[in-house]
Design a protein around this ligand. Structure first.
Ligand code: 0X9
Ligand code: ZN
Length: 305
């Protein structure tokens, strides 16, 4: 394993090598775990960062659920690097948080978007003679099959044959559910593009009881990002701000796993390059992504006392 540069998008092997490098170089705070295997049997590899203090709140971060959104794994890699290589300089609310980071949640699709089809979105589930792929962000088990989902395998938003039919979603839910309730206080899913910070619900226009808390923290993150980088993020619930889409990971995290601060962040840009964002944007997005994680972790620690 080895470090990554922020000047290029990297292949799965290099990202997994980066995780191994961190676990090997910083064994006091890092460990790696394979939580399961994808449809094509690639490892679903996560990194845990923890100073080992008992009672730390935990935050889950994932990237790359949609194959073509390359800025997402790049941003999550950047954040991971800051949390580990810069650990000594981190504020207490980041040092005293356990992070579970899944940089490439859809490894088969990610590789396919590098080798064959740059705009591939779904996983690589085969459907006989029909089109391959399930949209992992329609396959989670909360209000599965509702608005904004398709029952046709050829659709970009194909929801799969049932909730958690796909190993990539099933093992995330299994892993998070294996912890004592309230261990995870943050669930952050990185996507692109559009510059949105979104909170539940995504399945429909209703809002959660604690929407004021979710909205306040998202707006705070948005305004700190704008102050530091000039980039503007639009804040709101997924359904009202983007469109209703059921079976998303954020809704499952909130509705079933009971994780209060559940967000989907759509990184840059706003459409000039869209999914095919030049690698020169990794630095900016990485910094903004880190600010977002920092703000959510601070809110979690404030709520703790
Ligand atoms: O449609 C999606 O899955 C996400 N947008 S993307 O362009 N990255 O595909 C938004 C998901 C928001 N959350 C829910 N609808 N639950
Ligand atoms: Zn996406």
């Amino acid at each position: 394993g080895h470090r990554l540069t922020w000047q290029a998008y990297h292949r799965l092997e290099d990202i997994h090598g980066f995780i191994d490098y961190l676990a090997k170089t910083y064994p006091d705070i890092c460990s790696t775990e394979i939580i399961g295997y994808s449809v094509e049997k690639r490892p679903l590899k996560i990194l845990k960062i923890s100073n080992g203090k008992p009672g730390n709140p935990a935050i889950w971060i994932d990237g790359g659920m949609h194959a073509r959104e390359w800025i997402s794994p790049a941003t999550v890699s950047y954040i991971t690097n800051q949390l580990v290589e810069g650990n000594d300089e981190l504020p207490p609310h980041l040092r005293d948080t356990d992070f579970y980071i899944h940089i490439v949640a859809n490894p088969d699709g990610y590789e396919y978007s590098h080798t064959t089809d740059r705009l591939w979105r779904k996983n690589m589930r085969a459907h006989g003679r029909q089109c391959p792929g399930v949209d992992l962000n329609r396959n989670f088990g909360y209000k599965w099959g509702g608005k904004g989902t398709s029952a046709s395998p050829c659709s970009q938003t194909y929801r799969g044959s049932k909730a958690f039919s796909e190993p990539e979603t099933f093992y995330i839910s299994k892993f998070i559910s294996s912890f004592k309730r309230n261990t995870f206080q943050g669930y952050l899913s990185f996507h692109s593009y559009g510059q949105y910070i979104l909170y539940p619900w995504g399945y429909d226009y209703q809002l959660t009881k604690d929407r004021a808390d979710l909205d306040r923290v998202a707006r705070q993150a948005g305004s700190i990002i704008t102050k530091s980088s000039g980039i503007k993020y639009t804040v709101g619930s997924s359904a009202t701000t983007l469109y209703p889409a059921a079976g998303g990971s954020d809704d499952w995290a909130k509705g079933i796993a009971g994780i209060k601060y559940s967000y989907t962040i759509e990184m840059g840009d706003t459409g000039r390059y869209g999914f095919v964002l030049p690698a020169s944007f990794i630095d900016y997005n990485g910094k903004d992504g880190f600010t977002f994680v920092d703000t959510v972790a601070r809110a979690i620690h404030l709520g703790h006392r």
